[in-house]
Write a protein that binds this ligand. Structure first.
Ligand code: 0WW
Length: 382
């Protein structure tokens, strides 16, 4: 938490500084009330107030500067007012570093029942107990404010791809009206920022209109939504190439829900600063390890007698101090330590990738580092 004796005026203002660029890749720092975020940054997902299977200090030790909190889940259980009553999400989960919360809208569309979208917002039934709820741009920010997150997201509507142009245009224009209401409703305590979300599907003209509309309203950062929703990687990259230049260079850019290490490498190369994805944590619970040489499925019998660690050169103990044979045994038997170790391996790998890219941009060696990383992936795990 910020120094207990810090008067409100002493909390640092929300900000973004660009330190270096290498081509369109950027190296920067986001400043928030709860500390700084080195970009390019990967944000581990802390859905129900926890990065599943890891202690917060383990997550911190991997190099993560910021976590994601999930508004949809937390508003249902334990409830935003209850978290506020416990001193907010930082105190509640003992993570005294930056937290970004999503609006809850995306999860409503993928998890809730009986969803209804109107001009006012979204109404839905909880997937937990069937209770009815309403999320409006204003209520979403009220909830995020109660959670106390440092970066808050506007409520938006994301359409799955492929979609027809009218559908993409309708959702983009609704999201833009919701962006204006979000900006008007955002209280913005010192050191806390509000991000707008660019929509528009895979249509570059719609994307340009969305970006221009958001920039005119003015946000502390800009997210690219509506991607990693079923489109091929080259479509996602084309949309990023068309959208990033339309966003202010002195504000962070967040590519939502992305992604695989390959997606992240391509996103950083095209000017993206922040990423989030459930992949490293979810894959770890399913026995899948991410390493410098690609993915390793520890369920596979070929590991049963392999005494080697996943990566002897890793600074993550979980990748260095246990054998593949042991990890295979834990995964096959469903032992909790298997999920814990592989989640640690994966979160540490994603953070080591981001750290390597930050140094590469600082030293003007991004192209060659990117080529070396891709060559290591191509070599595969042997
Ligand atoms: O336009 C969008 N608006 C808002 N959120 C989006 C998200 C969720 C980002 N992660 C939130 C986290 C909050 C804390 C809990 C975990 C999620 C996306 N995720 C993906 N792809 C990955 C996907 C994941 C599932 C289906 S596609 N595309 C996305 C597009 C949008």
């Amino acid at each position: 938490l910020t120094r207990p004796d810090a008067a409100p005026s002493e909390a640092p203002a929300f900000g973004f500084a660009l330190h270096a660029t290498d081509g369109t890749a950027r190296r920067g720092t986001v400043t928030t009330a709860h500390g700084e975020i080195r970009t390019p940054a990967f944000m581990p997902v802390g859905t129900l107030g926890t990065v599943k299977c890891l202690y917060p200090e383990q997550v911190r030790a991997t190099g993560a500067d910021i976590l994601l909190g999930n508004t949809y889940h937390l508003m249902l259980r334990p409830g935003a007012e209850r978290v506020a009553g416990q001193g907010g999400l930082h105190r509640f989960m003992n993570w005294p570093h930056p937290i970004l919360t999503d609006s809850g809208g995306f999860q409503v569309m993928s998890l809730a029942k009986l969803r209804k979208i109107t001009e006012k917002g979204v109404t839905f039934q909880s997937h937990v107990d069937g209770s009815r709820h309403e999320l409006t741009p204003e209520r979403s920010l009220e909830i995020q404010g109660l959670l106390g997150s440092d970066i808050q997201m506007q409520l938006d509507e994301c359409v799955a791809l492929p979609a027809d142009r009218r559908e993409m245009e309708r959702a983009m224009e609704l999201s833009l009206r919701w962006a204006a209401r979000s900006k008007a409703a955002f209280f913005g305590r010192r050191g806390h920022g509000l991000f707008g979300i660019v929509q528009g599907g895979d249509d570059e003209e719609l994307r340009a209109r969305s970006a221009a509309g958001l920039v005119e309203i003015g946000f502390d950062g800009y997210a690219l939504g509506g991607l990693a929703v079923g489109e091929p990687q080259e479509v996602m990259f084309r949309v990023i190439e068309a959208t990033a230049p339309a966003l202010p260079a002195d504000r962070p850019r967040y590519l939502m829900g992305v992604g695989t290490p390959q997606d992240i490498l391509g996103g950083v190369a095209r000017g993206i600063d922040m990423f989030d994805c459930v992949m490293p944590t979810r894959a770890g619970r399913h026995g899948l390890a991410y390493t410098r040489y690609g993915k390793v499925n520890l369920r596979n019998a070929r590991h049963a007698d392999d005494p080697r660690p996943l990566d002897a050169a890793s600074d993550c103990p979980a990748a260095r101090d246990w054998s593949r044979a042991y990890l295979h045994h834990l995964v096959r038997t469903g032992e909790a330590l298997g999920a814990m170790l592989l989640t640690h391996v994966n979160v540490a790998y994603y953070q080591s990738l981001m750290a390597e890219l930050r140094v590469a941009i600082e030293t003007g060696r991004f192209a060659e580092v990117k080529a070396q990383i891709e060559a290591d992936w191509a070599r595969g795990d042997i």
